[in-house]
Design a protein around this ligand. Structure first.
Ligand code: FMN
Length: 376
């Protein structure tokens, strides 16, 4: 990725500032904020600093904010007392203020609903007594942890927790929900054969492995208004297994995504670490491009937009240089995907979207991993 070319400034405004429709929601432009766990919500309550963190970015041109992952109301959903929860009166009151402030700033916002499944370690907050649960009690690194293989009743409880959270999201003023089906957390643990070793109807071929996700989507869909957008985030890669793949071919991918689309997903968010990499042989399409082609639903791309190094390096304290945007604009012009989500660049610079939309590329700064430690 080289430096953005001079004519990209004019193109960026034209291409990225077009509104886009997801079910009943019109997003004012094509720039989304990627979900990023920040751990600045003690007791699971997003406070005033979280309100201003999100509303600053909406005021500076982000069309759609996907919040950090926020736990659904199931005791095994989480691993920290500083990650905001999407259940409980005080927690939801905090979130309502976030949504209101983002709307006042001209943006739209969806919470990312999260259950971590087998990533949970024994004794972790916010409910230390709760066990880790997953499809087969297997972790993403392949070890058999101290967790519990979910029974039918456990599955029903978790599905209901997602549905309650979605209903609450609509009630307190959010514009939709994103379901976290990516990165090796609970929903993805069902989707991926490495963690799903079930022999009942929730395990086996890709369609069976998608059954749990489809039940979550259907329950969420039934709990909200028909026009309320449901976004589904998924990934090939897993935490602890960066080379893992859900699907080796477009046909396998279609087998997983088609039941989810049929259950009521309005848009997919295809999480990759480098958006410019082709997903399968014989085509330039990235994962979001394939997702849109196979499902006919709007798709969000993500992964090192505006940067020349990928995000896992940030957790090793590594920064990244500014990357070019020409290829991204070319792909958007071809309608390969509909929105672009931006993570680290927006975490560091609240004004990133405004600068890009105005073609002020010379004001974009390299990414400094120190920005992970502050919320501003
Ligand atoms: C600090 C941090 C926290 C993250 N937390 C989440 C999360 O809660 N949910 C999620 O789906 N992805 C999460 N991600 C991944 C981002 O959403 C995004 O996919 C990734 O950072 C790649 O985008 P980027 O290269 O623009 O940073 C996180 C990334 C970072 C840097």
């Amino acid at each position: 990725m080289t430096v953005t070319s001079p004519d990209a400034a004019a193109r960026a405004a034209g291409i990225l500032s077009r509104p886009v429709v997801i079910n009943g929601l019109t997003v004012p432009n094509r720039i989304a904020m990627a979900p990023m766990t920040r751990m600045f919500s003690p007791g699971g309550v997003p406070g005033e600093d979280v309100v201003s963190y999100y509303s600053r970015r909406a005021a500076a041109g982000v069309g759609l904010i996907v919040t950090e992952g926020t736990y659904v109301g199931h005791e095994s959903a989480g691993m920290s007392d500083r990650v905001p929860r999407f259940h409980g009166e005080e927690q939801l009151a905090g979130w309502a203020k976030v949504a209101e402030a983002v709307h006042a700033a001209g943006g739209t916002i969806v919470p990312q609903l999260w259950h971590i499944g087998m990533v949970r370690e024994q004794g972790q907050a916010p409910y230390p007594e709760a066990p880790a649960v997953g499809p087969s009690g297997v972790r993403t690194d392949g070890t058999e942890g101290t967790g519990k293989a979910m029974t039918r009743a456990d599955i029903d409880d978790v599905v209901a927790a997602f549905a309650r959270a979605a209903a609450d999201a609509e009630r307190i003023g959010f514009d939709g929900v994103e379901l976290h089906g990516a990165h090796g957390y609970l929903i993805d643990q069902f989707l991926w054969s490495g963690t799903n070793r079930r022999t009942d109807s929730y395990g086996g071929d890709p369609v069976a492995r998608a059954k749990f996700a489809a039940e979550v989507v259907a329950a969420v869909r039934a709990a909200v208004s028909p026009e309320f957008p449901v976004v589904f985030r998924y990934s090939q890669w897993k935490q602890d297994a960066y080379d893992a793949r859900l699907a080796e071919t477009p046909q396998e991918l279609e087998a997983i995504l088609a039941p989810l689309a049929a259950a009521g997903v309005d848009a997919f968010h295809a999480s990759t670490r480098r958006y410019w990499l082709p997903e399968f042989e014989d085509s330039d399409l990235n994962l979001a491009g394939w997702t849109k082609k196979l499902t006919g639903r709007p798709a969000i791309t993500v992964g090192s937009v505006g940067l020349d190094g990928e995000f896992l390096e940030a957790f090793q304290g590594r920064g990244a240089g500014v990357g070019g945007l020409d290829d991204l604009l070319d792909r958007m012009e071809r309608d390969e995907f509909d929105l672009v989500a931006v993570g680290r660049a927006l975490l560091q610079d609240p004004d990133w979207a405004a600068k890009v939309l105005a073609g002020r590329f010379d004001e974009l700064a390299p990414y400094d991993a120190a920005s992970l430690r502050t919320l501003s």
